[in-house]
Design a protein around this ligand. Structure first.
Ligand code: RIB
Length: 296
């Protein structure tokens, strides 16, 4: 069992299902509203914990009903919440999601996630320091992310950065982290002027690039390796990338090779899209093992 720290966001996801998304100035009738736990940090923590890892979530929620809901959802998936601060008079982060025409569009209001400062990290640093892997995303302040990367680099703690939603980052972050997991679009923005193969070959074993339902690409010994995704029917892709990240982290912490960990994570991500909500379809360990044994 690996020991993983996730420092990131907790959002309440407010998902509206509709036949199509409205144009600017237009109103359309939706089919239903689903309120469910999300946030890239919390999603990745839940994904790894459901697969059997010891996972600490480090972040902030507000002292509102959404905050209590988020804490319960984390605990129900066996994520340790000792370092999730409940902040007085602050709203829990929210994500406003439209699910239409087979894809989602999301607007995030940071709320309490904005308050995940260096202080919050310092309080949890004993747990962070002893982690097999620290997982980061871009839904907390960039100053905090840089601080964690620097401190982990000094203390030789491996870090995996999922650069979503995309923001420009300092070059030394790329050097200092062990893994960086952009999708194709994020990779093109991050490594401007380089084509896909150049990016992967010059960051072999570090850049793990997700390419949607086609699976994942990474570089190994001057080669680009493609690990195909699993073909499944899709209900909701929200959180599929987070499931991939959590499961890849779990696989690596358990000693799987990069390729094996990607296959394991592809299976988890494929299972996750079968149900509504970011965490709704996230598989437990046995679900992934069953899927992989069927595909042998
Ligand atoms: O990656 C999916 C997540 O992005 C959602 O759960 C939503 O909260 C947004 O942060």
């Amino acid at each position: 069992m690996g020991h993983i720290s996730v420092i990131g966001s907790c959002n309440m996801d407010l998902t509206v299902e509709a036949d199509r998304r409205p144009q600017a100035g237009e109103t359309v009738m939706g089919k239903r509203l689903v309120v469910s736990p999300g946030g890239k940090g919390a999603n990745q923590a839940v994904a790894a914990a459901r697969l059997g890892e010891e996972v600490y979530m480090i972040g902030c929620v507000g002292d509102d009903p959404y905050g209590s809901f988020m804490l319960k959802a984390l605990k129900d998936s066996h994520v340790k919440t000792d370092y999730v601060s409940v902040l007085e008079g602050v709203n829990t982060g929210t994500a406003h999601i439209i699910l239409a025409e087979g894809d989602n569009s999301i607007i995030v209001i940071k709320g309490a996630n904005e308050k995940v400062t260096r202080d919050v990290v310092d309080k949890a640093f004993d747990v962070i320091r002893t982690s097999d892997l620290v997982m980061l995303q871009h839904e907390i302040p960039m100053d905090t992310i840089g601080y964690i990367i620097d401190r982990c680099y000094e203390e030789k703690v491996p870090v995996m950065l999922n650069p979503a939603p995309y923001m420009d980052i300092p070059e030394d972050w790329i050097e200092k982290v062990t893994y960086i997991t952009p999708n194709e679009h994020e990779a093109a923005l991050m490594f401007k002027g380089m084509d896909r193969d150049e990016i992967l070959k010059s960051h072999a074993g570090k850049v793990i690039m997700t390419v949607g339902k086609d699976g994942v690409l990474y570089g190994e010994k001057e080669e680009v390796v493609h690990v195909p995704g699993f073909s499944v029917s899709v209900v909701d892709t929200t959180g599929a990338g987070d499931t991939f990240n959590g499961a890849f982290a779990a696989g690596r912490c358990e000693g799987l090779s990069v390729k094996e960990a990607i296959r394991f994570a592809n299976a988890a991500a494929a299972l996750s899209v079968g149900k509504l909500g970011a965490q709704g379809g996230m598989p437990w360990r046995k679900d992934v093992e069953d899927m992989l044994s069927c595909k042998k």
